[in-house]
Design a protein around this ligand. Structure first.
Ligand code: ATP
Ligand code: MG
Length: 269
């Protein structure tokens, strides 16, 4: 079964994250088995990116969301690393600035949407506005509860304009998060990654899981699907994300454009 089917959240279904095993590896027994598949996917993805650029008819938008230490950065490094950086803008969304807060929540997002021919990566996204914002009551419920509809309408508009949206929730377990936090404290080279605020945020684990369940359930659509990626094992997470990207781009059946001139009539001397 294609991984883009296996890990797809079917539009219109209710999501219970406890039904999604973060240790699933889709039959791959160990990292060694995955290495060649990941390398093949990376190579194919680079070819598809070249074709996407040559065609310049559409854009790909990859949205990455996860709990802290969920592996967004590692996914970007491993999966997108081999791509041509000219056609692969990455935008990391932090807490909004005063200016961003003075606009609607999609204002800063819309400006970062990739142009046709490129693959844009969102490291966090507009979904924060129904995640951290909901968990910490940063705006009243009457405001955030309308945002699922706003997001769906926005993403539909982008899709109608040739943006293919793929949204990945990197699903780790609460124990795995603890292990990763501990290693950030234990290994001096990882101290810079440790953030006391993340340890505080861990107390809200259940509230975040609930907020994710609603966001993923309300906003997985045929034109902008959510995938729940088992991410306790980093090698499988990389395999799954790269594979789903390849499967999706392959299905677009892109073609190099015909030249606008008669190639046979041109003489280069
Ligand atoms: P790293 O892996 O390097 O820690 P990060 O994505 O966690 O990367 P941080 O600077 O640690 O980056 O965190 C960004 C913070 O900004 C997160 O806590 C996130 O929830 C918050 N944030 C992002 N978007 C919004 C938003 N719209 N409203 C409020 N907070 C937001
Ligand atoms: Mg952080």
């Amino acid at each position: 079964m294609k991984l883009s089917k296996r890990f797809l959240v079917k539009p219109g279904t209710k999501v219970k994250l406890s039904d999604w095993d973060p240790n699933d590896t889709a039959g791959f027994a160990k990292k060694k088995e995955a290495v060649d598949v990941i390398a093949t996917n990376q190579k194919r993805l680079a070819e598809l990116q070249y074709l996407l650029y040559a065609e310049s008819k559409r854009a790909i938008l990859v949205v990455l969301q996860a709990m802290d230490a969920g592996g967004k950065d590692g996914t970007i490094r491993h999966v997108m690393g081999p791509l041509n950086p000219q056609g692969c803008p990455v935008t990391s969304f932090k807490a909004p600035s005063d200016e961003e807060l003075a606009h609607d929540f999609l204002w800063r997002i819309h400006r970062a949407v990739p142009r046709k021919g490129s693959i844009g990566i969102f490291n966090r996204s507009h979904y924060e506005d129904v995640l951290i914002v909901r968990v910490h009551d940063l705006v009243p419920k009457s405001v955030w509860s309308k945002r699922y509809g706003h997001i769906n309408a926005f993403e539909k508009m982008l899709a109608d304009n040739g943006v293919h949206i793929l949204k990945f929730f990197l699903n780790i377990s609460k124990d795995e998060q603890l292990e990763r936090f501990k290693s950030r404290l234990d290994e001096p080279d990882k101290h810079w990654k440790a953030n006391p605020a993340d340890f505080e945020e861990r107390k809200y684990w259940d509230a975040y899981q609930e907020a994710y369940e609603t966001a993923i359930g309300e906003c997985s659509r045929s034109y902008a699907p959510w995938f729940v990626i088992p991410s306790n094992k980093k090698w499988f997470r990389n395999l799954a994300v790269s594979q789903i990207l390849v499967e999706t781009l392959d299905e677009l059946d892109m073609k190099f454009p015909e030249p606008a001139f008669d190639v046979s009539k041109i003489k280069v001397e």
